[in-house]
Design a protein around this ligand. Structure first.
Ligand code: SRM
Ligand code: SF4
Length: 569
C-alpha cells in the first residue's frame, strides 16, 4: 500500500487520480482550455477529476444515451454543481439566487442534498462559468463541495432546544474555513482573478493538504443532542456537542464512519464512527486538523476503494490512531461525556426556540424543489423567500427549516403555505422519515432508481401500514440506487439498495438514533417481493411488538437479523 511518503519519495508510484492531483498545478489542470473547447460538450478526462475539487461533476443524461449513440453523437454531457452551505443556513436572498440559477442554467429544479448542500443538475459546459459566478455573487461557493478534500461541514440546523446552537454553528464555520483548500485556482478559473504571484505557486499554496491533497473524500458533521439529524456516525469525524449548565462544554469525537462499499469486495464495508474521547471547544479545530493530517499521511494512495479514514483506522487499530492523534495535536483526549440521542430524523412543523423565534420544519420529498402542474412547491418557497422574513436551513435529511421567524410573520408564512396547499400533514409518517438518493437519471453510478421511484413505492407501502394500524409509526426507510450509500441506508430501520434496474437488496435493523448498522435481510427483490416481505414483517410487528418497541429493535428481537448476518452482500 502506498502512503503519502511513498508517492513523494517515488513519484512514479502516484498513478490515476493521485497523479492527476499531483500534476495539476494545484487544481488548475487544463480546466480553462477544456471550458473554451467548443468541439465537445465535455472536458478533458483528467479535468473531470479536478472539476470535483471545484464542486462540479461531469455527467450525462443517461436516458438519452442509446439514442445519441445511434445518431453517432457524443453523449449529452451535462454538469452538476454542488453549492456547499456549512451548517446548512442560507438567507432568503441566497435562496432566491439558487432558485434563479436553477432556471437560468440548470434543469429548473434545486436539489437539497443529504449533506446540507444545494445541487444544480443539467448545466451545459458553455454555461458552467456563468453559473459558478452567479453562485459566488450570492456569497456561496462550490469550493471543495466534492473531491479528495474536506467536504461541506454539517451541523444540526435545528436550534429548537439549544442555547448553544449559535456557538456550535460558529465552530462549524471555523472548521470549514480552516479546511478549505487554499489554492487560488478556483478564483482564477471561475471568477477571472489573476494569479497574484504568477507562474508556479509556492509549495505553501496548500500548507495543509500539499499538492497531493487527501487520499479520498473527507466528511465532518457536528450535532447537538438529543437530535442526531446530521447522522454523525456516518462521517469520517462526528462531533457531539455537550451542553453543561447552558454552556458548550465541548465535543465527544467519533472517527471512522462511512457508508460506501463495493459489491463482492469484502475489503469494503459500511462502518459507524467510534467515539474516542472528549475535546474542549478551544482545542477542537486542532484535533480535527490532526485527524485530517493523519489520514493525509497514512491513508491508502494506491487503492481508492479502501482509502477512506475508516480503513486507515481499521488497518492501524483504534489505539494506534488515538495515540497518533494525541501526539500530533499535543492534546490529551478526555473521557467521553454522557449524551442521549432521541432520533436522527427532523422535527416538522412550528417550534419556538429559547430566544422566542419560530422555526418551521418543512418536509421536502427527497430534497427536490420543483414545480409540477398540481404541486407548486418551488413557487411557494420562492414567495416565502421574497418576503425576506426567515432564513432557509437545509437539513441533512433533505428537508427545509424556515428559521428565525418572529411572532407577527408566522401567519404570513402559514398563509403562503396554505395558498399553495403545501403541508406536512399531506404525507404519511413513513414518507416523512424516508430518504432517497438522486440515482437515475443523472448519477453515473446508479444501477436502479431511487428518488424517482421511492415516492410511488411508498404509496403502496402506506396501504400496508394502514391495514396493520401502524401508519403513525415513524419508521425510517431509505433507498439508494447503488451500494455507495448516499442516502445513508445502512443505519436505517429498513433500506433498499439498488442492484439492477428494478431490483434491490433489503436491509433491516437500524435504530432511530442512527447508531446501529442494519443487516442484509433479502437479496435481489423486485417490487412484488418487496411488498410481500413488508406485508409479513409489518403484520408481525403490529401484532407482536412490545410497548414502545421500534420496528428496527423488533427485527433484532425476533431475529430477522442477527450479528451473524453480513452487513452487506
Ligand atoms: Fe454521494 C458519489 C450524490 C451524499 C457516499 N454521490 C456520488 C455521486 C457524486 C456520483 C459520482 O461519483 O459520480 C452522486 C451524484 C449524483 C447526482 O446526480 O447528484 C452522489 N451523495 C450524493 C447526494 C447528492 C445524494 C442526495 O440525494 O442527497 C449527496 C450529496 C451530499 C453533499 O452535499 O455533499 C451524497 N454520498 C453521500 C453520503 C451521505 C453523507 O455524506 O452524509 C454518502 C455516504 C457517507 C460516506 O461518504 O461514506 C455518500 N457518494 C458516496 C460514495 C461512496 C464513498 C465511499 O467511501 O465509498 C460515492 C462514490 C465514490 O466516492 O466513489 C458517492
Ligand atoms: Fe448515485 Fe449510488 Fe449515490 Fe445513489 S447511492 S446517488 S446511485 S452513487
Amino acid at each position: 500500500m502506498n502512503t503519502l511518503d511513498d508517492i513523494r519519495n517515488n513519484p512514479e508510484k502516484a498513478v490515476g487520480v493521485e497523479k492527476i492531483k499531483a500534476d495539476s498545478n494545484y487544481l488548475r489542470g487544463t480546466i480553462n482550455e477544456s471550458l473554451i473547447d467548443r468541439i465537445t460538450g465535455a472536458v478533458a478526462e483528467d479535468d473531470t477529476q479536478l472539476l470535483k475539487f471545484h464542486g462540479i461533476y461531469q455527467q450525462t443524461d443517461r436516458e438519452l444515451g442509446s439514442e445519441r449513440k445511434q445518431q453517432k453523437l457524443e453523449p449529452y454531457f451535462i454538469f452538476m454543481a454542488r453549492v456547499r452551505v456549512p451548517g446548512g443556513i442560507s438567507t432568503s436572498e441566497q435562496w432566491l439566487a439558487m432558485d434563479r440559477i436553477s432556471d437560468e442554467y440548470g434543469n429548473g429544479t434545486v436539489k437539497l442534498t443529504t449533506r446540507q448542500a444545494f445541487q444544480f443538475h443539467g448545466i451545459l459546459k458553455a454555461n458552467l462559468k456563468d453559473s459558478i459566478k452567479k453562485i459566488n455573487d450570492s456569497l456561496l461557493d462550490t469550493i471543495s463541495a466534492c473531491g479528495d478534500v474536506n467536504r461541506n461541514v454539517m451541523c444540526s440546523p435545528n436550534p429548537l432546544n439549544a442555547d448553544i446552537h449559535a456557538e456550535v454553528n460558529d465552530i462549524t464555520h471555523q472548521i470549514s474555513r480552516h479546511l478549505t483548500p487554499q489554492s487560488p485556482a478556483y478564483h482564477e478559473i471561475w471568477l477571472d482573478k489573476q494569479l497574484v504571484a504568477g507562474g508556479e505557486p509556492a509549495a505553501e499554496t496548500e500548507p495543509l493538504y500539499t499538492k497531493h491533497y487527501l487520499p479520498r473524500k473527507f466528511k465532518i458533521a457536528l450535532v447537538i443532542p438529543p437530535y442526531n439529524d446530521t447522522d454523525i456516525f456516518t462521517n469520517d469525524i462526528g462531533l457531539i456537542a455537550i451542553e453543561e449548565n447552558g454552556k458548550l462544554a465541548g465535543f465527544n469525537i467519533a472517527v471512522g464512519g462511512g457508508m460506501g462499499n463495493t459489491i463482492g469486495d469484502e475489503r469494503t464495508y459500511p462502518r459507524l464512527g467510534t467515539i474516542i474521547g472528549f475535546v474542549e471547544p478551544g482545542n477542537i479545530t486542532k484535533v480535527v486538523e490532526s485527524v485530517v493530517l493523519i489520514q493525509r499521511d497514512f491513508g491508502n494512495r494506491e487503492d481508492r476503494k479502501i482509502a477512506r479514514l475508516k480503513y486507515t483506522i481499521d488497518n492501524k487499530g483504534i489505539d494506534w490512531f488515538t495515540n497518533a492523534l494525541e501526539t500530533r495535536s499535543n492534546i490529551k483526549l478526555l473521557p467521553e461525556k454522557p449524551y442521549t440521542f432521541k432520533s436522527n430524523q427532523d422535527v416538522y412543523g412550528w417550534g419556538k426556540d429559547t430566544a422566542g423565534n419560530w422555526h418551521f420544519g418543512l418536509f421536502i420529498e427527497n430534497g427536490r424543489i420543483r414545480d409540477t402542474a398540481n404541486f407548486r412547491l418551488k413557487t411557494c418557497v420562492r414567495k416565502i423567500a421574497e418576503k425576506a422574513i426567515c432564513d432557509f436551513r437545509l437539513s441533512g435529511n433533505q428537508n427545509l427549516i424556515l428559521g428565525n421567524v418572529i411572532d407577527q410573520n408566522k401567519p404570513i408564512i402559514d398563509a403562503i403555505l396554505s395558498e399553495y396547499e403545501i403541508s406536512n400533514d399531506n404525507h404519511s409518517a413513513l414518507r416523512k422519515y424516508s430518504l432517497a438518493c438522486v440515482a437515475l437519471n443523472t448519477c453515473p453510478l446508479a444501477f436502479a432508481e431511487a428518488e424517482r421511484y421511492l415516492p410511488g413505492l411508498i404509496d403502496k407501502i402506506d396501504k400496508i401500514t394502514l391495514a396493520n394500524g401502524i401508519e403513525k409509526d415513524e419508521i425510517s426507510l431509505r433507498m439508494t440506487g447503488c451500494t455507495n450509500g448516499c442516502a445513508r441506508p445502512y443505519n436505517a430501520e429498513i433500506a433498499f439498495v439498488g442492484r439492477a434496474p428494478g431490483v434491490y437488496n433489503m436491509y433491516l435493523g437500524g435504530n432511530r438514533e442512527g447508531s446501529r448498522l442494519n443487516r442484509l435481510y433479502k437479496e435481489m427483490l423486485k417490487e412484488p417481493e418487496i411488498l410481500k416481505e413488508l406485508e409479513v414483517l409489518f403484520k408481525a410487528y403490529a401484532t407482536g411488538r412490545k410497548e414502545q418497541e421500534t420496528f428496527g429493535d423488533f427485527t433484532w428481537r425476533k431475529a430477522y437479523v442477527t450479528d451473524q448476518i453480513p452487513i452487506t452482500a
